[in-house]
Design a protein around this ligand. Sequence first.
Ligand code: IPE
Ligand code: IPE
Ligand code: MG
Length: 228
Amino acid sequence: MSEQIIPKHIAIIMDGNGRWAKKRLLPRTAGHKVGLDTFVNTVDTCSSMGIEYLTVYAFSAENWNRSEDEVSALMELMSKGITKYEPEMNRLNIRLRLVGDIDRFAPKYRDALRGVESRLDNNSGMTLCICLSYGGRQELVYAVNKLLKEGKTEITDKDISASLYTSDVPDPDLIIRTSGEYRISNFLLWQSAYSEYYFTDVLWPDFDKNELLKAIDSYSKRERRFGR
Ligand code: IPE
Ligand code: IPE
Ligand code: MG
């Protein structure tokens, strides 16, 4: 591989856990469990590569429409997983940001997640944004309502950027989606205006370091023009 241009901000739509489990005749939750391990490994790799921002789409606003069983299994898995991973994230000097309507989570999960976020707040290494109960349209509505409450009657694109959940995070350079789906599914609609996309058929639980390096290598070869 030639010299790599490392993206400053990588965003990932971690998709395909259910199909991974189905292929093995396992319950969907088994796919989510392995998906959580893939997430932890990806965070480790990105942090050690010097990526400044990593954003992952873990649970969408629309994922609330899944079965009650799957939703509660996911809540349990994510809050326990992130709590268990806290010492390692701290060791890696990772700052955590929860992005989305976390207040929709049951208080015990919300409080556990917010606790980890606040304890890692003073770290200065990679910023890890976890999108939970997140939707790009919902975020834009939130931003516009925030501006209306501030008394604005006319707004600029800077006003919108500054009112999003991700106001202090630069736009993603590279957006990866696993599992062979070619859609954005309500992820970072505003922020992705000039992001590069990388799609792979690999299902999220199988997305290892080598697959991540392939995505970065592909990004490295792109010419970004930003309309110029
Ligand atoms: C991604 O995997 C994880 C979440 C959306 C929470 P899926 O659960 O969407 O898996 P598939 O797409 O059904 O295979
Ligand atoms: C997108 O995956 C959301 C996450 C990965 C968290 P989905 O599986 O929910 O998206 P669709 O339904 O295939 O568009
Ligand atoms: Mg899916």
